[in-house]
Each structure stands twice: as structure tokens, then as C-alpha cells.
Unconditional design. Structure first.
Length: 288
């Protein structure tokens, strides 16, 4: 991951540390590739949401090719992801698609293209031997990688292209930052963004069906009382943790709590006779 640029269009601000949706851009990208065997960040060390290996090009600020070569020295993997640290909407599914498309082809790499059809070589998966050969050739030709543009690398590679104008969106200016911050608050995105942010903040790596929990909160609010919704979901989480903390435990605890909330609602339904056991007889005594 390349995270050491000068961010001139941000007035020299620390771009990887700029927050979108309450999380640093760098941490958002790290979350998209959490399954990587080795994660190398080419930049000066800083606190991150998960452990990484740090590297630095020489001299610092030598440009993307020098940074890429510095990062490659820290991995022996045959396939590598090359990512910039300013991708607010990169998701694990996009990373998986890049790797899947690369494995299914004989190409040197698979990269995203943006809304205008432009290649995004810093949102890509590559075959590491192809990168090393080309970087070595450029070093022989120029004596250094410092200052060379990325197109000198990609022009000589056989690449598969994957259109994705959302995941390829990067933040180069403050207007881009404002656009990203506004987008995550849109109706179709805000819950997923919030849940992802909370899981990162709490160090939770658990994929659960949020729809089940939202339905449970609705049933508790309508069938019992509005304050019951957050309290019930908290108790479901606690019960699931005691039962093993997996998605199945969450689903089972949510099912039980939802059934209870529906029973409460049924008892409160107007005009409905109370449920009796099959052999029970109502007590008709005056003091019953």
C-alpha cells in the first residue's frame, strides 16, 4: 500500500490520516484487504487499525515506482495487491474480484478503471514476478526509479481491466473528501458504513446479518416499547458472545428474542383472547 505521497492538492495535509466516516483513509483501505498474508505500507510509521509492516523508498518521496519497489522487497507472494491509501469506497469484494480475475487469466495484472474509463494502476492485483522484471528493466534503463511515472510500468504489462467507478474513487482534493463524506451518509450506504466503522473501532471481525438485527429492533420497539430496541439488541449480542460469538450464535439469539417480542405483541393485541394451555379452564371465581 502506497501512503507516502506529498498530497499537494490537499495543501500538504496528511492525506492517509484524513477521516471519512470517522475512520482514517488508510484504515479504510486496510479494512478492505484484511485477509492479506502480509500487508506492507510504504510510508512513515503511524498508528493503524491493524498491524502492518512498514517500508520506505530511498530517498523518501521518490514517487510511486520507487515506493512500489520498496514494498515488494518485503513480500515473497506470487500475487500482490497494489493500493493507494486514499480509496474510501474500496471493499473486500472488490479486492476478491481483482484477485479472481487475475487468477482466471494469463495477464500480468488486473486493475480497476474509473467512471471515465481511465486505468487505476494503484487499485490493482499483479503477478509479482512481472512487476519485479519490469522494475528491474526500468532501473537498468534509467539508473533509478525515482521520479518515474507509473505509466512507464503499466505500459509494458498485459493487464485485465475491471470497471468500477465507486471503488476506484480516490481523494486527491478537499472536494473529493467532501464528496466521499456526503456519499457515506446517503440512505443506501449509511447503515453499512456505520456498522463497518463500529466493528473496526471495537476490533470486531464478525460478519452478521444486519437485516435480522434491524428486524429484531423493530419488533422489540413495536411489540414492547421503543427503548426495548437498543437494549434487546445489546442483550442478543451478549448472549451470542457467551454462546461462541459466531454468526450462527447471533442468528439464534436474535430468533429467540424476536419470537419473544412477537408473543408480547400478540398479548397486547386488542380483542384477542389470552392464550390458554389446551386442557386449561378459565378461573371464574370473583377474586380470580
Amino acid at each position: 500500500m502506497l501512503a507516502g505521497g506529498a498530497a499537494r492538492r490537499l495543501g500538504g495535509a496528511d492525506k492517509p490520516g484524513v477521516r471519512v466516516g470517522g475512520r482514517a483513509l488508510l484504515d479504510r483501505v486496510l479494512g478492505a484487504c484484511a485477509d492479506a498474508r502480509t500487508t506492507v505500507v510504504v510510508a512513515d510509521p503511524r498508528p493503524t487499525a491493524r498491524p502492518v509492516r512498514w517500508a520506505r523508498e530511498e530517498p523518501p518521496g521518490g514517487g510511486p515506482l520507487a515506493a512500489l519497489a520498496a514494498g515488494l522487497r518485503h513480500t515473497t507472494a506470487d500475487l500482490v495487491l497494489v493500493l493507494s491509501a486514499d480509496l474510501p469506497f474500496l471493499r473486500p469484494r472488490t479486492v476478491r474480484r481483482l484477485l479472481t480475475d487475475l487468477r482466471a487469466s494469463r495477464a500480468d495484472g488486473a486493475l480497476l478503471t474509473d467512471a471515465d474509463g481511465r486505468d487505476q494502476p494503484l487499485v490493482a492485483a499483479y503477478r509479482a514476478p512481472a512487476l519485479r522484471r519490469r522494475l528491474a528493466a526500468l532501473t537498468r534503463e534509467n539508473g533509478t526509479l525515482t521520479g518515474l511515472p507509473l505509466r512507464r510500468l503499466t505500459a509494458a504489462l498485459d493487464l485485465t481491466r475491471v470497471p468500477d467507478f465507486v471503488a476506484s474513487f480516490d481523494c486527491d482534493t478537499w472536494d473529493d473528501i467532501a464528496t466521499a463524506r456526503a456519499r457515506i451518509r446517503e440512505h443506501g450506504h449509511v447503515l453499512d458504513e456505520w456498522i463497518s466503522a463500529v466493528k473496526d473501532e471495537l476490533g470486531i471481525d464478525l460478519d452478521v446479518d444486519t437485516g435480522v438485527l434491524l428486524d429484531l429492533a423493530r419488533d422489540a420497539a413495536h411489540g414492547v416499547a421503543r427503548p426495548a430496541a437498543p437494549l434487546t439488541t445489546f442483550l442478543v449480542g451478549y448472549a451470542a458472545a457467551r454462546a461462541g460469538a459466531g454468526p450462527e450464535a447471533v442468528a439464534e439469539a436474535a430468533r429467540k428474542a424476536a419470537a419473544l417480542a412477537l408473543r408480547w405483541a400478540e398479548e397486547d393485541s386488542a380483542g384477542k383472547e389470552p392464550d390458554l394451555a389446551p386442557d386449561a379452564t378459565p378461573d371464574t371465581r370473583p377474586d380470580a
